[in-house]
Design a protein around this ligand. Structure first.
Ligand SMILES: [Zn+2]
Length: 201
């Protein structure tokens, strides 16, 4: 492997997609051929779509179902492959990333490091371990304490269901419930019923 793997990891609202789009744009200005992929969250795949940051930046991207689908889009001109929301790909993503590097294609990815429970998301631990470079942008904790916004660096994603912190055992799909996600610092990330490590120190 001669090429570099770069990861962008953090909570929701940390600007991960924004950073990925900036990297893709910079590479394109330098004359590189960049392919951007995002996982299908519904039945659509193989189509051209966009990735969008919360601040409005966008970049063309292909929607794929399995990470191995990238093979259908590669050409001898491909210099860089970028993945957004990489945490949603299945475990095959780890080998696909390594195969791209072996083929002398640079890889950049953006992904949520932790799920709402504060536990490592999908293949992110392995992917981050393989990275040559990691960016960990943070969001701002928006918890209101005595009428004021906390404002600390947020590294966690708080899931809110019907106005309350989501329970550890809540299913990811809750029919009829109002759901929201907020960026939180470690102190204000609350997961009721999260099992303790059981280690007494
Ligand atoms: Zn906070």
């Amino acid at each position: 492997m001669t090429e570099i793997l770069k990861g962008i990891s953090g909570s929701m609202f940390a600007g991960k997609t924004e950073t990925l789009i900036r990297e893709a744009n910079r590479a394109e200005i330098a004359g590189k051929n960049v392919l951007v992929f995002k996982p299908s969250t519904d039945d659509r795949w193989g189509i051209k779509d966009k990735i969008k940051s919360h601040s409005g930046a966008e970049h063309d991207a292909f929607v794929i179902k399995n990470a191995t689908d990238v093979a259908d889009f590669l050409s001898s001109d491909t210099d860089i492959v970028a993945f957004d929301e990489i945490q949603f790909f299945g475990p095959e993503i780890v080998n696909v990333v390594q195969a791209l590097l072996e083929a002398d294609i640079r890889v950049i990815f953006a992904g949520l490091s932790l799920d709402f429970k504060g536990e490592p998301f999908g293949s992110m631990p392995e992917l981050l371990a393989l990275c040559d470079e990691i960016d960990k942008p943070t969001a701002i904790c928006t918890e209101i304490i005595n009428g004021e916004i906390c404002g600390a660096n947020a590294t966690k994603t708080q899931r809110i269901v019907n106005g309350q912190p989501a329970n550890y055992h809540d299913p990811l799909i809750l029919i009829g419930a109002e759901q929201d996600y907020q960026a939180r610092c470690p102190k204000h990330h609350i997961v009721p019923d999260k099992p303790s490590t059981g280690i007494k120190l």
